[in-house]
Design a protein around this ligand. Structure first.
Ligand SMILES: [Zn+2]
Length: 73
């Protein structure tokens, strides 16, 4: 398991900021992730920062494909 997956296991509510490609299953954070997430108290004020640390930005197209997979379709 990657650090990022472990982190999401601890904070499952953060999954809503994670994109996963339908084809290659690659994961990353949504480009619209705000600079700070302060909804869950002190602990998760680092959430946005951590997501950026553990994941790369992963924009998906309208059918849920990452840029790499999109190129082959
Ligand atoms: Zn992909």
């Amino acid at each position: 398991m990657t650090e990022g997956e472990e982190y999401l296991r601890m904070y499952p509510q953060l999954r809503k900021w994670i994109n996963q490609c339908n084809a290659c299953q690659d994961t990353g954070y949504k480009p619209e992730l705000p600079k700070e997430l302060s909804t869950y108290g002190g602990e998760t004020s680092f959430a946005a920062k951590n997501l950026r640390k553990f994941f790369k930005p992963l924009p998906l197209n309208e059918i849920g494909l990452c840029a790499v997979c999109n190129r082959f379709n």
